[in-house]
Design a protein around this ligand. Structure first.
Ligand code: IVH
Length: 674
């Protein structure tokens, strides 16, 4: 490599690493794996070592982590929070051990091995035994004050009990989301029609930066400590610090091991590489630390990391396969997403046929060609991704993949919004996948909750020309459905019943179901609360809308444009004529009897004459408040068929009334007390 080439390569790598740092830390949407990132960084370190004169002043090799965010108070760390040098090879680990032995030829060196938990590094400050402040690692020098959020982690002691607790001490460790909680969270999100989150690490990071600690509490994070610093304690080994933390009630992972040779370290590494699935949280490697604290001091630090520790990282599971095709999916809002079709291959226990390609930039970055041998990786992420290409194995004359210029469904030229990498099909009115996507959204559980219509049926209804817009659902007749393949008398009637029951769905969900760009379930709820009636919302000016805290410029513009559109106004008029709710229950409360006002209810079991969802809506309309679990606050347990036996027992013990389906229906039919 010539000097000029080296300089150019340093500039290129610096920008690339900076970009991926930004994507990972600031935007929380990494495009490459940790492994690839580490490879890029290692190349840059190597080149800067050979050509130090070309190192850029803001080189990422000289800094750690992320910039603190604007939403939290910034706190400077008492000691910088450094990162760890890392390696993926036994050879380099051997060099690490040899280097230390050479630097301290007289000493007997023992190593303390721990798991490298894959979460978010945080620092806890205790004063007089009480938890005072919790700060993220940030850029290593200063981080965000996330004390309120961290207090919701139940395994972080708020108060340390015991004798001889130092006046102040600092505990550092990893906050993480246990895999089981992550799976549950995604299951709920998918059921609610929300995008699943990519992996537990990003989710933990995002959770700690949430602005409402109550939401953080629901996410059930956990914390493993891995270091204790207290000036007034004279600890002689790292192991002694870990022992103290255990005694003080911290949730120390019992997986550490003290090792005296490279062989023992390798044994530990190999053991956990196989066993890692049994752990509650993800790990991405092992950390090897010199155990003796005076030896640590002697070895000292480089600008970025300690010389007395190293991380051995596991390579993510990956395989090579062939890229057979790239297809493009058009979403409800017109977003075009490329999907790689692969020759099916077994990876981390599942057969992988497809991988996400994110966007056009990703295809360009990988310089993909059809028929390429590609490296597919499945790390902590749920969707496998292509992380590399073996260009040397490329079949001769293979065609480079260039992102499509026209919509694959309706041939309209695609557009890109300024500053965004995503491509859109602007033909929202006529593009079939967008129209079907909107219908699917409309019937979704979180929207109109028409359970009797699945994705397949919607597509069938659309393709048969029976349903073009959501309003057409309400004019469907029995014979239309009966004639569809797969439908018989019972299923056809069920489908119509499901549609009819959706007329009870409250205004805020109808508003969400319309699928107005940028109007999610929460914004729809706020809009409904604020305007109470669709007419008020349709007549609102941009300023009126912006008066709601959750509504910004982008949402207001989108709403305004939506209600200006003649076709959308017609849709709303038709839905109104069909009898859907276009005003809040409270706005019509004067006329509605409230026989359950002030009563708290729990529903259990299944019901014969009404769906669970419709029953819930009726109860709320009658002024009742629904709770999910039995407690002394509950007035009524509404027991359907197959009512939970534990709920029945609890109702008896707590003195709550048990109502049958007929009883609750009778009660709701009564007039409100005067
Ligand atoms: S010791 C001076 N021990 O790995 C650095 N770090 O680059 C001291 N990590 O984000 C770190 N598990 O939070 C240490 N058992 C462990 C760890 C661990 C995970 C994380 C750490 C930081 C990164 C270090």
């Amino acid at each position: 490599m010539t000097r000029l080439e080296a300089q150019q390569e340093i500039v290129r790598l610096t920008a690339l690493v900076q970009r991926h740092n930004e994507l990972y830390h600031q935007q929380g949407r990494p495009e490459i794996s940790d492994y690839e990132f580490d490879q890029l960084l290692a190349q840059l370190v190597q080149l800067e070592k050979q050509f130090p004169e070309f190192r850029l002043p803001d080189s990422p090799t000289q800094m750690v982590g992320e910039k603190p965010t604007k939403n939290f108070a910034i706190v400077y760390h008492r000691y910088p929070m450094l990162s760890l040098g890392n390696t993926y090879s036994e050879d380099e680990l051997r060099q690490f051990v040899q280097r230390i032995r050479k630097l301290m030829p007289e000493a007997k060196v023992s190593f303390f091995c721990e798991l490298k938990f894959d979460g978010v590094a945080i620092s806890l400050l205790y004063e007089q035994g009480k938890l005072r402040q919790v700060v993220t690692r940030g850029d290593g020098e200063k981080g965000d004050d996330i004390t309120q959020n961290a207090r919701t982690i139940t395994t972080i002691p708020q108060q340390i009990q015991g004798t001889s607790i130092p006046a102040t001490f600092e505990v550092r460790g990893e906050a993480f989301m246990p895999r089981a909680h992550f799976k549950m969270l995604n299951k709920t999100r998918i059921a609610n029609g929300e995008e699943p989150l990519a992996n537990p690490r990003n989710t933990a990071a995002g959770t700690l930066k949430m602005l409402d600690a109550r939401l953080v509490a629901q996410r059930l994070l956990d914390f493993y400590p891995y270091s204790l610093t207290a000036e007034s304690l004279s600890l002689s080994t790292h192991a002694a610090g870990i022992r103290l933390l255990t005694q003080w009630g911290f949730n120390v992972s019992p997986t550490y091991r003290q090792c005296n040779s490279l062989e023992e370290i390798m044994d530990y590494i190999n053991h956990w590489e196989v066993q890692k699935e049994v752990l509650p949280g993800d790990i991405d490697g092992i950390v090897i630390k010199v155990n003796d604290l005076s030896q640590q001091k002697q070895l000292g630090y480089t600008a970025k990391s300690p010389r007395w520790a190293i991380a051995y990282k596991y390579k993510p599971e990956n395989v090579y396969t062939t890229l057979e095709q790239v297809s493009y999916q058009v979403g409800r809002t017109g977003t075009v997403t490329p999907v790689a079709h692969l020759k099916p291959i077994l990876l981390a226990g599942t057969v992988v046929k497809r991988a996400s390609l994110h966007n056009a930039n990703e295809i360009k970055r990988l310089q993909l060609h059809l028929g390429d041998t590609v490296l597919v990786e499945k790390g902590g992420d749920i969707i496998p991704k292509i992380t590399g290409v073996m260009a040397t194995k490329r079949p001769p004359k293979s065609v480079p993949i260039s992102f499509i210029t026209h919509c694959p469904a309706c041939s309209t030229p695609l557009t890109q919004l300024e500053g965004e990498v995503v491509h859109y099909c602007p033909n929202e009115k006529a593009c079939p996948p967008q129209r079907i996507g909107r219908l699917k959204h409309f019937v979704h559980r979180k929207a109109m909750h028409i359970e009797s219509i699945g994705e397949k049926t919607i597509t069938l209804l659309f393709e048969r020309g029976l349903v073009h817009t959501p309003a057409d659902l309400y004019t469907l007749r029995y014979q239309d459905i009966y004639s569809l393949e797969g439908f018989q008398a019972v299923s056809a009637r069920n489908l119509l019943q499901g549609i009819a029951q959706s007329k009870e769905i409250p205004f805020e969900r109808v508003l969400f179901a319309l699928g107005i760009r940028h109007v999610g379930a929460t914004v729809a709820e706020k809009l409904a609360q604020h305007f109470q009636h669709i007419d008020a919302l349709m007549q609102a000016s941009m300023e009126d809308m912006l008066a709601i805290p959750e509504v910004g410029e982008k949402i207001a513009q989108s709403l305004y444009a939506y209600f200006q559109d003649e076709a959308q106004r017609r849709l709303i008029a038709n839905l109104r004529a069909a009898g859907l709710q276009f005003r809040t229950a409270s706005s019509s409360a004067e006329t509605m009897p409230q026989p359950l006002a002030g009563k708290r209810l729990v529903i259990s079991g299944t019901f014969l004459g009404i769906t669970r969802e419709a029953l819930k809506i009726r109860i709320k309309q009658c002024g009742g408040q629904l709770l999910s679990a039995m407690s002394s606050k509950v007035d009524y347990l509404v027991a359907g068929e197959k009512v939970g036996p534990s709920k029945l027992t609890a109702a008896q013990e707590l003195g709550a009334n048990v109502l049958s389906e007929t009883e609750i229906m009778d009660l709701m039919a009564k007039q409100a007390p005067a």
